[in-house]
Ligand binder design. Structure first.
Ligand code: CMX
Length: 143
């Protein structure tokens, strides 16, 4: 079973939005650059509770082939970019297989490593009602 882990929000102005989430009681956590995704992730959490918030800031990295967040902001402006669901370690591959077999389009042939060392894949918004859905699992023995 997958649970809602976080909501990813594409942003231009991190400091203003950081202020908002702090007023709402969230604590700012780590800031992590994920070169593979061309993004800098700012984590905000309610202590001990899910879902948390990830503010996704474009990180210009030379050699990044395609920057999903930059393209999203260019087309839509800032806003909710994805919902992310967490499953148990060892469940992601079979979940991907089930989704594929049921006609859902996955972005990656095999999961990649994303923020916080998670194994991640995405369900394409065109087969998910216009919502980009991330599915992820902690890496075995880590994260
Ligand atoms: N939410 C909803 N719809 C989206 C979307 C999003 N986040 N991103 C793109 N779309 C829509 C586009 O607007 C487009 O709609 P129309 O066909 O109606 O015009 C459609 O999906 C397909 O667009 P596309 O041009 O074919 O594809 P894009 O180049 O825009 O790429 C996607 C879309 C999902 C394949 C790409 O963003 C991707 O590979 N995402 C996975 C990686 C990612 O998002 N990384 C950033 C977060 C990383 C992290 O959290 O660490």
């Amino acid at each position: 079973m997958a649970t809602l882990d976080h909501i990813g929000i594409a942003v231009n102005a991190v400091p203003e939005l950081a202020k908002l989430w702090k007023i709402l009681g969230f604590q700012s956590g780590a800031i992590e650059t994920v070169p593979d995704q061309g993004v800098r992730v700012h984590f905000f959490s309610l202590p001990g509770k899910s879902p948390h918030i990830e503010l996704l800031e474009v990180q210009d990295i030379e050699g990044t082939p395609k920057n999903a967040i930059a393209k999203f902001i260019q087309k839509n402006g800032p806003g909710i970019h994805h919902l992310s669901f967490l499953c148990e370690t060892g469940e992601l591959d079979s979940l991907c297989l089930t989704l594929r077999n049921q006609g859902f389009r996955l972005i990656y042939e095999t999961p990649r490593i994303g923020a916080q060392g998670m194994r991640i894949n995405f369900i394409h918004p065109q087969t998910a009602g216009g919502v980009l859905i991330e599915i992820m699992e902690p890496v075995s023995g880590g994260a």
